[in-house]
Ligand binder design. Structure first.
Ligand SMILES: Cc1cc2nc3c(=O)[nH]c(=O)nc-3n(C[C@H](O)[C@H](O)[C@H](O)COP(=O)(O)OP(=O)(O)OC[C@H]3O[C@@H](n4cnc5c(N)ncnc54)[C@H](O)[C@@H]3O)c2cc1C
Length: 408
């Protein structure tokens, strides 16, 4: 039994968390509208995303897209040595996709009728019977439940918990993608079938293939996605990386084109000392960008009729590859909690809050530990990757022919 169609939900934030919330709440019988601040569809956010069963639960429903059509497989994990030789190789079963592939797929499922771009939420007030959500253009929406899926700098979180501030992890991720067609034969041969790690005393690098911008997953036509995590002191050292100094309250990411030219030159210079396949991949990337790494933990995920999901609630370091999976899981569990429970919303939300907050805290702790070890020379060559949402390893996806990849 679903919630009555009169149960109105406003979702603020139309990225992967917001889309998952809208789809699952709609499936549970709610009338859902999404409001996204960006004026145009969110095509170029981030780059590679490690799939997890939770991430593709909706897309994998019968009639949806087969996982092998939206992702690149990795059948091995390799660690390189400083000469660029394979220091360790073991089997794995990960699949990688790109942000825009997931976004387009989920938005296609939702349709555009109840998805509004250029709609920035500027505040909300709640009372015993509902929430009034205000937007920058003066519009106001009344709803029974407000879902804030508004990401790392969440307005919802700042209004509910002004004292909850992000904690800079002490390092950044340089990121980029380069077409497999632009790589030498030797580099393509080394990198294309799996995920490759290289450990440094003060950082680490990983590389894996993802679909290209048109969603093509054929080897040789995809993109090679890389991340180089580098320790950077807070304050002035961090600020010099951006051309737009002082324009943000705190730096979240420095998109391609906004990274300081001198910093890109330095990156390329430093990359030339890396093992040759990695140097080539990084140096041939035209527009590297930067993700600044933070830990954020909201003290609660539900306050009255307002909930926080995904990065708005907990932003975790990327090492466990669970950011997108967690947002999707928050959304799915919220819809499960509300099914048939709209008359006792407070009780349903209290239970959901405790359950998802415990998950968020566990993922955050695992990601923080992995990050400290990886960034400070304490991660041994050959160790299995910490990818996973509930436990290390649960990001592994059996081949679609195994049948059960969309179920947890
Ligand atoms: C540069 C970058 C790279 C990333 N790479 C990876 C990766 O490789 N793997 C992975 O799993 N995760 C990655 N992530 C995290 C991942 O994108 C998120 O975990 C995932 O998208 C789910 O997040 P979300 O929907 O909760 O928030 P987000 O994706 O951040 O979306 C929040 C949305 O809310 C909108 N918004 C914000 N404020 C308002 C407002 N006031 N009104 C209306 N709309 C608003 C924003 O425009 C945005 O679209 C990355 C994030 C960033 C920033």
């Amino acid at each position: 039994m679903g919630a009555p169609a009169t149960f109105r939900v406003v979702v603020v934030g139309g990225s992967l968390g917001g889309l998952n919330a809208a789809l699952w709440l709609r499936a549970a019988g709610c009338a859902v509208t999404v409001f996204e601040r960006a004026a145009v569809p969110l095509e170029d956010r981030g780059a590679g995303i490690v799939l997890h069963p939770a991430t593709i639960r909706y897309l994998g429903l019968p009639g949806g897209q087969p996982v092998e059509e939206i992702s690149a497989p990795a059948t091995w994990l390799r660690y390189l040595d400083p000469a660029g030789h394979i220091a360790h190789e073991s089997a794995c079963a990960y699949r990688f996709t790109a942000y825009n592939v997931l976004y387009r797929g989920l938005l296609r499922c939702l349709g555009s009728d109840h998805y509004h771009l250029g709609a920035e939420c500027v505040g909300f007030e709640q009372d015993a019977t509902g929430v009034t959500v205000r937007f920058a253009d003066g519009r106001a929406e009344r709803c029974d439940l407000l879902v804030c899926a508004d990401g790392i700098a969440s307005l919802g979180r700042r209004l509910l918990f002004p004292a909850c501030t992000p904690h800079y992890a002490g390092y950044i991720a340089w990121r980029g993608v380069v077409s497999e067609e632009e790589l030498s034969e030797a580099t393509f041969a080394l990198l294309h079938g799996g995920i490759t790690y290289f450990l440094l005393p003060d950082g680490h690098i990983l590389v894996y293939p993802i679909p290209n911008r048109d969603g093509v997953v054929e080897p040789g036509r995809r993109l090679m996605n890389w991340l180089w995590y580098r320790n950077v002191a807070p304050g002035a050292a961090l600020a010099t990386l951006s051309e737009r100094r002082g324009s943000e309250r705190w730096l979240i990411s420095i998109p391609a084109g906004a990274v300081a030219e001198q910093a890109v030159r330095q990156l390329r210079h430093d990359a030339s000392a890396l093992p040759r396949p990695l140097a080539e991949t990084i140096i041939r990337t035209q527009q590297p960008f930067i993700q600044v790494i933070y830990d954020i933990a909201a003290p609660r995920m539900a306050v009255g009729r307002v909930v926080l999901i995904g990065d708005a609630a907990f932003t975790v370091r990327p090492h466990v590859a669970a950011g997108t999976a967690k947002a999707a899981e928050d959304a799915w569990t919220l819809a499960q909690a509300l099914r048939g429970q709209v008359d006792c919303l407070a009780t349903a939300l209290t239970h959901w809050d405790a359950q998802q907050r415990a998950l968020g805290e566990r993922v955050l702790a695992r990601a923080r530990t992995a990050g400290e070890q990886l960034q400070h020379g304490r991660w041994p060559v050959g160790r299995p990757l910490p990818f996973g949402l509930y436990t290390e390893g649960d990001s592994a996806l059996a081949d679609a022919s195994g049948g059960s990849w969309h179920e947890r």
